[in-house]
Structure formats: structure tokens, C-alpha cells
Design a binder for this molecule. Structure first.
Ligand code: CP
Ligand code: NVA
Length: 321
């Protein structure tokens, strides 16, 4: 039984893209597209519902897209700022989860360590949604697929290049492509490759979907792709030696020369926030091939579709999406 098909006897969570099947992802994308086109049929769908956002790291897009989206569907949102004191410091992670389950309908968590999501969701009676951890950013990947689709690229057949650091956003993109099909070239220095565990999960999924996921340090692998995707070279809260890491990533900047190497068809993607002049030059970020603001916009639509599927599956079913 898959995440969105389970009865209310089992609580459903989205901690990583691997929690979804291909058909569930495609259905979420269809619902998001409907909601983007006309939200009126869904007005009030989440009236009397409450959502808690529990964030240990800063955010613009994720916080505002969850808050604005949930409010547009009639619900109320409570933001709990844990950027100064980590979740679990005042009382245990499990006690926090059990208490919140008595008051609210879903909990959205942005955390330093993915392990916190695992602990929290293990005892939560209400759905837990990962709003970025050190390992995964599933809502971002759903928005990325939706933005590609809006630009005429079939998410199940997309031909993508990830360039830069093999980080949390990269992991979710790998799992998304592996689940749906298509092709992803992950182009990183050898020291910045994605996690072996994610690659193993992806390989098993790709076997079923027909996807091709390749890791290389060769930048010419961008030739012919539908889109080049990059992200910051040093993620929030990351340890290690940031200066050394940035030095190793300097050749992997997305600039006009790399976009030319990809070809005139190639779009540019970034989850934002961007560090102009580091992983991407301003001309590319602000240029006509950039779909970064569409990715940002779709955050709200895919998250609304997800919340509707989790909290009001009856509506998704009734509308035959
Ligand atoms: N892309 C994204 O998650 O942005 P924020 O960090 O601003 O939420
Ligand atoms: N990889 C980045 C993504 C920010 C949305 C980070 O984790 O900081």
C-alpha cells in the first residue's frame, strides 16, 4: 500500500521522494496544475484545519509558500521558530510530536539532521512533511518536476544535468528522476558526489522505471540536456572546510560557456536562494532560459496538492484528478 492510498489507520508522511510511487507523483503534479489554474473549486477545503511549521533553519520560499498556500485553502498556520533552540532541547522530540498530534492536522519540519524527521514521524499521529533536511528536500523536487512540465518537458522523460554539489536538493532530484524515468547526469567533483545510499535506492527504482542516473566529474556531460540545475556550493549548517569545498567547485560554475555547451534548448534551474557569481552567474540566473521563479511558484501549488491529498483525499477523488 502506498503513501497516499493508506487509510486513516496509518499516518502518512513525506520525508523523502522515495516515500511516493510514480503514479502518486504524477497525480500530485496533475492536482497542482489544476490548483494553479483555478483554486476556486478548492476554496475552504482545509477550513478548520491547522498546520504547524517547525523550522530549525532560515527560509523564505518554503515558509511563505506553505503559509500562503494553506491559508488560501482556508486553514490556519502556526510558525514555531527553532532557529535559536533546536527541536528536542526543551522536551524530547517524541514528546513534542505527541503533543502536536493532539492539536494540529499536519506538521512541516525544516531540520538540521534528517534523523530528527525519522524520530518525529515514528510517533506522530498526523502527517509529517520534510521542508528540507541535510539529506532531502522532497517538496522542492515536486515543484521542479511541475515547473519542467509547465515548460513542455514531460517529467517522466526529462533529460537533466545536475552541476555542482551532490547535496540534499540533488538527492531529491535523483530520487524523483529514478522514480519517474528519464535521464539525470550528476556532474560534481569526486569529493562532492551524492550519497551512496541515495544512489542505491535510485538504482533500484531506475531498474523499474527505466531511468538512467549517471555520476561523473566531466562537464561535457551537459551536452543536449533539457535543463541544467545547480544549487549553492555550501548548504545551510554544513560543517567541514567551506573555503576548500568552494575552491573544488569553482570549475563547476553555471555560466554562459556551460549553457552554450549544453545547447540552445537547455533551461536553467536553481532551487534558490542563489549566490550570484559563485555557482551561477547573474546573466544566466536572470536570463531568458532561467525557470527559477516558476520553480519557486510551483512550491505552493505542489505543497497544496500534497496537503489536500493527505488531509482531504475525498476532494481529490471527487474531482477525478
Ligand atoms: N528553495 C527553498 O527551499 O528556499 P528557502 O530556503 O527560502 O525556503
Ligand atoms: N542546499 C541548500 C538548499 C536551500 C534551499 C541548503 O540546504 O542550504
Amino acid at each position: 500500500m502506498t503513501m497516499l492510498e493508506r487509510s486513516s489507520l496509518a499516518t502518512r508522511h513525506l520525508l523523502q521522494i522515495r516515500d511516493l510511487t510514480a503514479s502518486e507523483i504524477l497525480r500530485l503534479l496533475r492536482t497542482a496544475s489544476h490548483m494553479r489554474g483555478d483554486l476556486k473549486p478548492f476554496a475552504g477545503a482545509l477550513a478548520q484545519r491547522s498546520l504547524v511549521l517547525l523550522f530549525e533553519k532560515p527560509s523564505l520560499r518554503t515558509r511563505v509558500s506553505f503559509e500562503a498556500g494553506f491559508q488560501r485553502l482556508g486553514g490556519g498556520v502556526i510558525f514555531l521558530d527553532h532557529t535559536a533552540s533546536r527541536i528536542g532541547e526543551r522536551e524530547s522530540v517524541e514528546d513534542t510530536a505527541r503533543n502536536l498530534s493532539r492539536w494540529v492536522d499536519a506538521v512541516v519540519i525544516r531540520c538540521v539532521s534528517h534523523g530528527l524527521l525519522t524520530r518525529f514521524s515514528a510517533v506522530s499521529d498526523v502527517p509529517v512533511i520534510n521542508a528540507l533536511s541535510d539529506l532531502h528536500h522532497p517538496c522542492q523536487a515536486l515543484a521542479d518536476l511541475a515547473a519542467l512540465s509547465a515548460h513542455g518537458i514531460d517529467p517522466s522523460q526529462a533529460n537533466l544535468a545536475w552541476v555542482g554539489d551532490g547535496n540534499n536538493v540533488c538527492h531529491s532530484l535523483i530520487e524523483a528522476v529514478a522514480t519517474l524515468g528519464g535521464r539525470l547526469q550528476v556532474i560534481t567533483p569526486k569529493t562532492c558526489r551524492p550519497s551512496d545510499e541515495v544512489l542505491q535506492v535510485a538504482a533500484a527504482r531506475a531498474f523499474r522505471s527505466g531511468a538512467t542516473i549517471t555520476c561523473t566529474d566531466d562537464l561535457t556531460a551537459v551536452e543536449g540536456v533539457d535543463a541544467i540545475y545547480t544549487d549553492v556550493w555550501v548548504s545551510m549548517g554544513e560543517g567541514g572546510d567551506p573555503a576548500a569545498k568552494m575552491e573544488s567547485l569553482r570549475p563547476y560554475q553555471v555560466n554562459a560557456a556551460l549553457m552554450d555547451c549544453a545547447g540552445p534548448q537547455a533551461l536553467f534551474m536553481h532551487c534558490l536562494p542563489a549566490h550570484r557569481g559563485e555557482e551561477v552567474t547573474t546573466d544566466i540566473l536572470d536570463g531568458p532560459r532561467s525557470i527559477t521563479l516558476d520553480q519557486a511558484e510551483f512550491r505552493m501549488h505542489v505543497q497544496n496538492a500534497l496537503l489536500l491529498s493527505l488531509l482531504r483525499p475525498d476532494i481529490v477523488h471527487t474531482k477525478q484528478i
